[in-house]
Write a protein that binds this ligand. Sequence first.
Ligand SMILES: [Zn+2]
Length: 159
Amino acid sequence: MAFIDEILEKPSYGWTDEKGNFYKPSPKELIKEFFSRLNVFKNKKNWLAFTSWVSILILFPFFLLFIFKYFTWKLLIVTFIYSMIVMGSHGTVWYHRYCTHGAYQFRNPFWRWLTQNLVLKIIPEEIYVVSHHVHHAKSDTPGIRTMLTVVFYIAFLPM
Ligand SMILES: [Zn+2]
């Protein structure tokens, strides 16, 4: 059994059915699991996912303000460039290559700090890194489409 299998918390519906086949959870089971992983009273480890989701929810009214009060095509283009190019590059350079794979090192701590803080921080590094290691460890295993569905609902697997 791989190390990642040892540290991942088994979902309430389990990974496999009674025959050992990959179990595809129903949407109801996924939603139940999603909210159980956000319950900070159940497990203190849920604080990480909870605070991340709260950050996203706090930003949602600003999205609505943008759409209904301050919308301009120029701002939409700026938003598109920020989200697709700046955030995408940050995700690749910081979260993926540096944090997850340790693909390079910074000679100067200033550049490390700058790279880390290029964009508004919503997803903690821990959530991205663990989820990405799961992605690499499990991407070729049976049931990956179900796994992706699970990740979509749970939005990163808390340990
Ligand atoms: Zn990777």
